[in-house]
Design a protein around this ligand. Structure first.
Ligand code: CA
Length: 323
């Protein structure tokens, strides 16, 4: 049976590939896409999600709900210096592409309550919508089957600061609330697992380009946009934390090692806002999350390459603004 899921996203670059997993993997039954403030401007994120639906040939088939437009208590921080518009300048005609009237937080609460214990969530942006849903409905956490979170680093390097990964940094209060809410959480951290096992270097990128499918072109355009930035910070390829998170929910056999941890998030540190303290069982704290420590990197790459080989028919032509 396909896994019923919602993807909560700040759609830019690898978020698009995570959405493709939800849209095209036969193991996935993507019920909705919910949008949260994060990577790039909110309207750009919405356009990127519609372009991803179009690339998959599934425009109009999966509802897109708009969620929180800023973090719980802080001003929004963007990663536009990294992501630009989040889609490498790709554009299309958005005429008639309509988002749903229901707020994303209401959608999360409603869909989880309609089938308690069945719906999983892949949260690949700041955790604002998820925290709000947990505040809104005290039964939400127990109604959700599994919450897969891309965020934090396992006592390793951050990416937006030395201490913090972007998603937790942007809304640390939301992240802290989510880890205290009683979800069945699996965390896919930025470091070390993403940096070690979900970076596609040039030979892999060349292989993807050579697939020659519309999805491979879409991938190259959307993900190639951050290559220069990645290389400038010492990462030799494109990074895929979000699609890895979706892949691990759908194909848990890709996890090589994981462990139970107590995860908490720093909200008041002077230098450590958004730092994820991942305590590995020796500090007397109760565990509240499974943290992924090691994955089958070759298997993950093969999975993404397989997805991108899918012969889709985009319903609208893509326009490449700016060349
Ligand atoms: Ca994301």
């Amino acid at each position: 049976m396909p896994v019923p899921l919602i993807i909560d996203t700040d759609t830019a670059q690898d978020d698009c590939i995570a959405l493709l997993a939800g849209l095209l993997d036969p193991a996935a039954d993507l019920r909705a896409i919910t949008m949260v403030a994060g990577n790039v401007g909110f309207e750009s994120q919405v356009r990127n999600a519609f372009m991803t639906l179009n690339a998959a040939g599934r425009l109009g088939e999966v509802p897109l709900h708009l969620g929180c437009r800023r973090p719980l208590v802080r001003p929004w921080v963007s990663a536009q210096d990294v992501h630009g518009d989040g889609a490498g300048g790709l554009d299309m005609d958005f005429e008639g592409c309509a988002t749903e009237g229901e707020h994303a937080v209401d959608t999360l609460v409603r869909m989880a309550a309609e089938h308690p214990g069945e719906l999983s969530i892949v949260a690949i942006g700041p955790l604002t919508n998820i925290a709000m849903a947990a505040i809104r409905d005290p039964g939400f956490a127990s109604n959700v089957k599994a919450l897969y979170v891309m965020g934090g680093s396992n006592n390793g390097r951050g990416n937006i600061t030395a201490a913090a990964e972007f998603n937790f940094y942007v809304d640390p209060e939301a992240a802290k609330a989510v880890f205290a809410a009683g979800f069945d959480i699996t965390v896919v951290p930025w470091a070390p697992v993403t940096l070690n096992q979900a970076v596609f270097a040039q030979p892999a990128l060349d292989e993807i380009t050579a697939l020659g499918t519309p999805l491979a072109d879409f991938f190259t355009r959307v993900c190639g946009a951050t290559l220069e930035f990645d290389r400038s910070v010492g990462i030799d390829g494109t990074t895929h934390p979000d699609s890895l998170t979706a892949a691990l929910l759908l194909h848990p056999e890709l996890v090589r090692r994981s462990a139970r941890y107590n995860v908490d998030v720093e909200t008041s540190g002077e230098l450590t806002r958004g730092y994820a303290a991942m305590s590995w069982g020796v500090h007397g704290l109760p565990d509240n999350a499974t943290v992924v420590e090691d994955v089958d990197a070759a298997g993950f790459y093969a999975y993404i390459a397989g997805l991108l080989s899918t012969p889709t028919r985009p319903q609208r032509p893509f326009l490449a603004a700016g060349g």
